[in-house]
Design a protein around this ligand. Structure first.
Ligand code: UFG
Length: 324
C-alpha cells in the first residue's frame, strides 16, 4: 500500500513509519517538524516538510504521494498546555485536521486512521473502559480529539471516507532505532529515566492519596510497536469506527518507578508531591474489540519489556535526537 503519514516525525509516527516500511509498504511522511525530528524519519520513507495548516502544500503532497491510506498523528498532545492555550489545540487538532480530511476526499483516498486517546473518556465510571463508556473529556486536548473523531464520522456518512479512530492509553517503549524524545518532556516513563540517568534531580509522584492500592494513579502502558501494528490492521481490515488500545494491565506510578529501578539498576530520588489537576485515579483499557475486529495481537504485554525497550533506546541515544 502507499501510505501517507501525517506527523510521521513524532514519537508514535516515527515508530509506525518504520513498522509499515518493514511490512513492505511505501510511506510518505508529512511533518512540520514543530515537535518532530527530521532524523526520526526512516530514510526509506519519502519526506515532505509541511504543516496541515497549509492546505496548498498538503494538497500538493497528497497529489504527489497518491496514497491509498492516510494515518494522522499530526496533533498537539500536551494536556496541561491545552488548558492554557485551548485555541492552539482546537485550531490544529480540529481545524487543520479538516484540511487533511478534505484533501483525502478530493484525491479519492479510501481511508484515514486517526490517533485518538483515552482522554476522550475524561473520568470514566467503569474500569476496564470499553468504547461504550461515556465520553466526557475533562481537558481541551481530549475534547479536540473527540471533536475530530466526530468530524471523521460525518465525512464517513456524507463523503464515504472510511476512518478508524484508535484511542491510545499510555504509549511507551521504543524500537531499536526510534524512541520518545519530547521537549519539554511531561510523560512518566521518560521522566523517571531522566532521573535514573542523573539528568534530573528527582522524580515527583503526583498524588499519593488516590483510591488505589498504593495511593498513586494507575495507567495502562502500551508498547509503541503494538500501537503500530493496530494502525496497519485498521488500514487493511476495517471500515469505520473507534477502538481502545491498551494492554489491559494497570500499573501504579510507584510500580512504574520500581520497574525502572529494576530494569536500569539505577537508584534516584523520589519526591511525593501534590496531585496534578485533572488526573483520573485509574485508566485501564478493555481492548477486546480491537482484538476481535481488527485481529490485533499485542506482543509486549508486560511493563518490564516495555520499560527495557525504552531504556535500551535511551542508552543508545543519550541525547535523544539531539536537535531540540
Ligand atoms: N506522573 C507523575 N509524575 C510525573 C509525571 C507523571 O506522578 O512527573 C503521573 C501522572 O500524574 C499520571 C501518570 O504518571 O498519573 C502518567 O502520566 P503521563 O503524563 O505520563 O500520562 P497521562 O496518563 O497523563 O496521559 C497520557 C498521554 C495523554 C493521553 C493519556 C491517555 O500523555 O495524551 O495518556 O491515557 F491522553
Amino acid at each position: 500500500m502507499r501510505i501517507f503519514v501525517a506527523g510521521g516525525a513524532g514519537y508514535i509516527g516515527s515508530c509506525t513509519t518504520e513498522y509499515l516500511l518493514n511490512h513492505g509498504h511505501e510511506v510518505t511522511v508529512y511533518d512540520a517538524l514543530l515537535n518532530g525530528h527530521r532524523t526520526a524519519v526512516d530514510p526509506r520513507a519519502h519526506f515532505i516538510q509541511g504543516n496541515l495548516a497549509d492546505a496548498t502544500t498538503l494538497d500538493d503532497a497528497i497529489a504527489t504521494a497518491k496514497p491509498e491510506g492516510i494515518i494522522h498523528f499530526a496533533a498537539f498532545i500536551e494536556v496541561g498546555e491545552s488548558m492554557k492555550l485551548p485555541g492552539k489545540y482546537f485550531a490544529n487538532n480540529v481545524g487543520n485536521g479538516i484540511n487533511l480530511a478534505e484533501a483525502a476526499v478530493k484525491h479519492g483516498v479510501r481511508k484515514i486512521v486517526f490517533s485518538s486517546t483515552a482522554a476522550v473518556y475524561g473520568m470514566p465510571k467503569n474500569i476496564p473502559i470499553t468504547e461504550a463508556e461515556v465520553k466526557q473529556p475533562i481537558n481541551a486536548y481530549g475534547e479536540s480529539k473527540l471533536m475530530f473523531e466526530k468530524i471523521l464520522g460525518w465525512f464517513h456518512a456524507l463523503k464515504g471516507l472510511q476512518y478508524t479512530a484508535l484511542r491510545y492509553f499510555n504509549a511507551a517503549g521504543a524500537t531499536e532505532k526510534y524512541g520518545e524524545d519530547h521537549s519539554p518532556e511531561t510523560h512518566l516513563i521518560p521522566l523517571i529515566m531522566q532521573a535514573a540517568e542523573g539528568k534530573r534531580e528527582k522524580i515527583s509522584v503526583f498524588g499519593t492519596d488516590y483510591d488505589t492500592p498504593d495511593g498513586t494513579c494507575i495507567r495502562d502502558y502500551i508498547h509503541v510497536l503494538d500501537l503500530a501494528q493496530a494502525h496497519l490492521l485498521a488500514l487493511e481490515n476495517h471500515d469505520s469506527g473507534a477502538f481502545n488500545l491498551g494492554s489491559g494491565q494497570g500499573h501504579s506510578v510507584k510500580a512504574v518507578i520500581d520497574t525502572v529501578r529494576a530494569v536500569t539498576g539505577k537508584d534516584f530520588k523520589v519526591e511525593y508531591a501534590e496531585r496534578r489537576p485533572g488526573d483520573p485515579a485509574r485508566l485501564i483499557s478493555d481492548s477486546s474489540a480491537a482484538r476481535a475486529t481488527l485481529g490485533w495481537k499485542p506482543q509486549f504485554e508486560d511493563i518490564e519489556s516495555i520499560v527495557a525497550s525504552a531504556w535500551k533506546w535511551r542508552c543508545a541515544h543519550p541525547k535523544g535526537y539531539g536537535d531540540k
